[in-house]
Design a protein around this ligand. Structure first.
Ligand code: SF4
Length: 703
């Protein structure tokens, strides 16, 4: 294969929320077809030429022989729906169809259910891997085409609880400062996040920060790569975040280290918080969280007295039944110390997927329309009525991702349109979710591969991979960036926005979009966040951070220096009480299972396990256990263990890992052959409706 490139295309990485800008180098394969022969980092605002292994080597999935190249329709008499389709031999279950035939079948099946059971019998899952324009169209299709708000995406499995707490207490779900602001900080707390694996380019900024003397405090029940750069590593007991953080705030309040002027000028609810924190003395909480009182006091004093401090968090904070309470504590901690709104200060939940921020901003959420405008608000519905040809918006919030699965069991949901999401791998208690998908009367799946979820489809619509389309995406930093088409899609595969438009037309909607730029133009009519950001600017500048205050402003890295988008401009303290995990270890299930990602594989593995370098680096599922635990079990590294919870059991190779506590097991969720989510607990946080992926009681035994 020639490695020579004859042209290059500027775009954005499709993996994590860092949103690295990159250059696709395009050459040709032996048959003369264009392909990506190399990828280079570009000087984007988030990455300044850096890329991680996924961004550099993770793209040959686009040419994988498993790519869907023609629409497929389930054959009459095909085997019963289940996880039973071989992606290389799908002809046993599906037949090829023309686009007209497949779109008629997809829309026809949904329209039939709408006619017989009503629009609420349909729900939609959009994708944080598609563009902002595609996310906007998807939620519009569900709301306008079916008359309700049963539309969601993977934010529900990711940072929904963080967003709930941020909306409640600072009035905005986005970060208050870019992660690059760490270069202006003196101290940073990284809690429940593992950037060296999950946000690797962001991690390079964390490391630079410590090299120039910044104090990094890592809080994580599991050891991790940032540990050796940290001045303090608080390896607290899983699920005890609230106890630990309240104890830290107790010290700050009792020792009067809080920023009194800031608290008086910019917040409300301090007195209730102060009373609440009296119940969390560090000596008492040390017994709960496993961190000694002196360390809690030291960390509290350092954070409160630093000139500029930031707080970063990830799914270790959000994926609990008390995920919203965890985030409330972090917000209160920053507000108490006045560590918001200035250079080097801020709250930053590190976003997972490349466009989970943008898809959320675009309204792919059941409670809110674009820009988090509540469906319950009549003036908001009136705004969208005026933009969407008089469409009446349902004032009732819709169902969330996990709630949709239960609604299928109740017979309330009978049809689904799923774009680029893979609930047959990503949902908690995934056997329960798979059985639900099999019960649907009509399932339309739009994707680039015949995913585990597509196994259950009635119609499969072949879509474009990220390098095969043009559109905007928004990263964890609120940077709206332009992704540009680098390759033609294989066979008859089409761009996602085009497919959604064709379905909408067949469902009776008067949609005439010809290009994503027209969709972006419509988004600007209702989204204040896009003020001063135009398609033309994004084409010329590559990225603009919102809010952008003038047509020339590259955007504000730090926000809320002069108050918050809440009544009176004040942020709020919401005291958080200690809630035990939904399932505590007992005699039968004595260990704690936690799940997550790993550097080489992305989410359910549909792309990275088909990228040859990444698959070579991590070809097999593994469960990480402490060497002492393995010795106690009589299992050598590489041998198999059975991990069992109340939901099910998997057999998986064991890996020795000193970073994991002795009563814990960590399993990445990318591997279908040992699917971690067969084990996970579907109990939800009551506010963010996010499941407790980070804590399930489990038993481990030699397999
Ligand atoms: Fe892509 Fe994230 Fe890696 Fe950047 S850090 S190259 S956005 S996966």
């Amino acid at each position: 294969t020639s490695k020579a490139a004859h042209r290059s295309v500027d775009s954005v990485c499709p993996y994590c929320g860092v949103g690295c800008q990159l250059k696709f180098q395009i050459g040709r394969d032996e048959a003369g077809e264009e392909k990506i022969v190399a990828v280079e980092g570009s000087p984007g605002p988030a990455n300044e030429n850096r890329l991680c292994v996924k961004g550099r080597f993770g793209f040959d999935y686009v040419k994988h022989p498993h790519r869907l190249t023609k629409p497929l329709i389930r054959k009459p008499g095909a085997p019963a729906k289940g996880l039973n389709v071989d992606p290389a031999n799908w002809q046993t279950h599906f037949r090829e169809a023309t686009w007209d035939e497949a779109l008629d079948a997809a829309a026809g099946g949904l329209a039939k259910l709408r006619g017989f059971y009503g629009g609420r019998s349909i729900s939609g899952l959009g994708s944080a891997k598609c563009s902002n324009e595609e996310a906007y169209l998807f939620q519009k299709l569900i709301r306008q085409g079916f008359g309700h708000n049963n539309v969601d995406h993977c934010t529900r499995l990711c940072h929904a609880s963080s967003v709930a707490a941020l909306m409640e207490n600072v009035g905005s779900g986005a970060v208050t400062a870019t992660f690059n602001e760490i270069e202006n900080a003196d101290i940073a707390i990284a809690i429940g996040c593992n950037p060296t694996e999950n946000h690797p380019v962001a991690a390079t900024y964390f490391k630079q920060f410590t090299k120039r003397g910044g104090e990094l405090i890592v809080m994580d029940p599991r050891g991790q790569g940032l540990k050796r750069h940290a001045t303090h590593m608080l390896q607290f007991r899983p699920g005890t975040d609230v106890a630990m953080l309240n104890a830290i705030m107790n010290v700050i309040v009792e020792e009067k280290l809080y920023d009194r002027n800031y608290v008086e000028g910019f917040t409300e609810g301090f007195f209730q918080l102060r009373e609440h924190l009296k119940g969390f003395p560090p000596e008492k909480m040390a017994e709960v969280c496993g961190i000694d009182a002196e360390t809690l006091r030291t960390v509290a004093r350092k954070f409160a007295t630093a000139k500029a401090g930031m707080i970063f968090w990830g799914m270790g904070v959000s994926q609990h039944i008390h995920g919203t309470d965890n985030s409330r504590c972090l917000i209160s901690l920053a507000l108490l110390c006045g560590q918001v709104g200035r250079p080097g200060t801020g709250l930053h939940p590190l976003r997972g997927q490349n466009n989970v921020q943008g898809a959320s901003d675009a309204g792919l959420i059941p409670m809110v329309l674009p820009d988090y405008q509540p469906v319950k608000d009549e003036s908001v519905r009136e705004l969208f009525r005026s933009i969407w040809d008089g469409t009446e918006i349902d004032p009732t919030p819709g169902l969330t991702t996990v709630e949709m699965i239960d609604a299928i069991y109740r017979g309330q949901i009978r049809g689904m349109y799923i774009l680029g999401e893979n609930p047959a791998m990503s949902d908690p208690d995934v056997d329960h979710a798979r059985d639900a998908l099999a019960k649907l009367d009509h399932l339309v799946v739009q994707d680039i591969f015949l995913t585990e979820t597509a196994n259950f489809a009635d119609v499969i619509l072949p879509a474009s991979a990220w390098p095969e389309k043009t559109g905007t995406v928004t990263n964890t930093n609120r940077q709206v960036q332009m992704g540009r088409k680098a390759l033609e899609a294989p066979g008859e595969a089409k761009e996602d926005w085009w497919i959604t438009v064709q379905l909408a037309r067949r469902l009776g909607l008067n949609w005439g979009y010809q290009h994503p730029s027209e969709v972006f133009g419509e988004m600007k009519m209702s989204m204040n966040s896009l003020k001063n950001i135009t398609w033309g600017r994004l084409e010329a500048e590559g990225a603009v951070t919102y809010p952008s205050l003038t047509p020339d402003d590259p955007g504000q890295a730090v926000v809320f220096g002069d108050g918050f988008p809440r009544p009176g401009g004040r942020a709020k303290f919401t005291p958080a009480k200690v809630t035990p995990p939904a399932e505590v270890p007992d005699h039968e299930y004595p260990m704690i299972l936690t799940t997550g990602r790993q550097l080489e594989h992305w989410h359910t593995g549909s792309m990275t396990r088909r990228a040859s370098v990444l698959d070579w680096a991590e070809p097999e599922a593994h469960a990480s256990l402490h060497p002492k635990t393995l010795r106690r079990l009589g299992v050598a590294p590489g041998e198999r263990v059975e991990v069992r919870t109340r939901r099910g059991a998997i057999s998986i190779a064991a890996r020795a890992d000193r970073a994991v506590a002795e009563d814990m097991v960590f399993i990445p969720f990318a591997y279908v052959e040992a699917a971690a989510n067969i084990l996970t607990n579907p109990q939800l946080d009551p506010y963010g409706k996010i499941p407790e992926f980070k804590f399930s009681a489990c038993a481990v035994a030699p397999a």
